[in-house]
Design a protein around this ligand. Structure first.
Ligand SMILES: [Zn+2]
Ligand SMILES: [Zn+2]
Length: 280
């Protein structure tokens, strides 16, 4: 068995060369629940500055705030097509259409998401931007519909998916950085779902939603969300190294972490703008 990977926290002021560094970098752009408070955004993060996972309300502005160039994005992964996870998609397309001269030969940005909804949502984003009316705004994107259980190969990432329990089709992503072999899992929104533990087995990091705060929901199937104890049980079953709780109601966030730590001690609450590093 190889050496266990250790997740390190970068100081906030050392993010300028994140893309150039060797280790896998995850930057949380937002961590809040469905309606964020001022200065925050709902759950969304970057992988190595190149891949955006969920768009929050305004991920493009968040990227600029934290020193990233949205034109570096190659892929947008959408966990599921509820508004708080894709409402920032028109911003990404608009930014790329306005700045496309900066990368004239770039391949289209991939928009990856649940097969049932991702084409519709991308078409609606383009319609909202009236791209057919304003031809200068034409922006080359490639929609990649994924059915839960399917995998995807990019030049730098191996991506596996499994289902979630949520009112719309959801993708729980497992990303493996081909350069470092670091694996990490993002649930999107889901109720307690033990197959996610199999999917996350041995990963360095599990990013799990805890929309219900410190308590498990009484009837998890109705809303399709989890509480902190559910996230901690999945982390424990999966044998991951660390658990990041996201999508917690803000006033209950610290209490949620404390509750999860009683089941899975290596639980933390990421902050907007925080980068964590997973070494080789
Ligand atoms: Zn959500
Ligand atoms: Zn949702």
């Amino acid at each position: 068995m190889g050496a266990r990977q250790k997740i390190c926290f970068l100081p906030y002021d050392s993010q300028e060369d994140i893309v150039a560094k060797t280790n896998t970098k995850i930057t949380f752009l937002g961590t809040a629940t469905v309606v964020p408070t001022a200065g925050h955004d709902t759950a969304s993060f970057l992988i190595n500055g190149r891949h955006l996972v969920d768009t929050g309300w305004y991920a493009v502005i968040k990227m600029l705030n934290y020193g990233f160039n949205p034109m570096d994005l190659d892929t947008v992964f959408i966990s599921h097509c509820h508004h708080d996870h894709y409402i920032g998609l028109p911003h990404v397309i608009f930014y790329h259409s306005m700045r496309k001269k900066e990368r004239p030969d770039r391949p289209p940005v991939k928009i990856v998401g649940p097969a049932e909804d991702i084409q519709l949502v991308t078409d609606m984003a383009r319609d909202f931007l009236q791209i057919d009316r304003f031809s200068l705004m034409e922006c080359n994107v490639e929609v990649v519909p994924i059915v839960p259980g399917e995998s995807l190969e990019l030049d730098d990432l191996h991506v596996e998916t499994c289902s979630t329990i949520h009112p719309v089709q959801g993708l729980c992503y497992r990303f493996t950085d081909k350069k470092t072999q670091a694996s990490f899992v993002y649930t999107g929104d889901t109720a307690y779902h033990p197959p996610i533990a199999d999917h996350a087995r041995g990963a360095s990091l599990l990013i799990h939603e805890a929309s219900h705060g410190p308590k498990s929901p009484a009837d998890p199937g109705v809303w399709g969300h989890a509480g902190a104890p559910d996230a901690a049980r999945i982390a424990q079953l999966a044998g991951v190294e660390q658990l990041a709780l996201i999508h917690c109601p803000e006033p209950l966030a610290q209490q949620s972490v404390t509750t999860a730590q009683q089941i899975f001690p290596n639980t933390f609450l990421p902050e907007d703008g925080q980068t964590i590093e997973i070494p080789k």
